[in-house]
Design a protein around this ligand. Sequence first.
Ligand code: SF4
Ligand code: FES
Length: 249
Amino acid sequence: MSDRITLQVARYRPEKASEPFVQSYDVPCPRDWVILDGLNYVKDRLDGTLSYRWSCRMGICGSCGMMVNGEPKLTCATFLSEYGSGPIRVEPLRNFPVIRDLIVDIGDFMRKLVRVKPWIVRAPTEEERPLSDGEYRQTPQELDEFKQFSMCINCMLCYAACPIYGLDPHFIGPAAIALAQRYNLDSRDAGSQERMEILSEHDGIWGCTFVGECTKVCPKHVDPAGAIQRYKLTAAVATMKSFFAPRGA
Ligand code: SF4
Ligand code: FES
């Protein structure tokens, strides 16, 4: 393996040029360097104008997602050495508007997360529960029901991988549906009906054709595709039950 590698980085500087362009940088390639180390080397030593997001450098904050040789990746968890002698193409996350260089606009994603009411909705009878009644306890089995969906770090890789979202930006998308399931399956929550009304809309769960790319690229094994299929089943059963329920029930 060479001790240097070329990063071909997508640049977009709207104040200078209307079109994006590619700029190549030669960076060191030690075994323990990830793509983000290469970008930081560029920023610190070669070109301080390069713009990109990152924070934790340990796969937790979800801010460093980019396309690496055409695949959505967390750049802090993807080693330069995985790409042999290179070159490595680094681009902004697909399916999102680009603001500058490798930075995308996350506004649409954030609005979609909020739409599914990502908080514990109390049952009306519980709202008056006095604090003196103590905390809400859960068994390990109850925790297991939703824990997988609570591991999401909002990195948006699943949206970059989703062909449906690419074609129809109104589709609410994989992480928002997985987030809804995180609360629906929580034994303390009573908001599943409210979420179902949102997710049963035209741009909700039925938009998904189960391509499954979201689950393949998820760095936290959240399995959003599984969440969507499970949600579809719940919605179908609820609809069937409503057919057989007595009128007015
Ligand atoms: S479901 Fe996975 S890929 Fe999608 S935002 Fe959450 S952690 Fe990222
Ligand atoms: S920098 Fe936080 S997940 Fe990569």
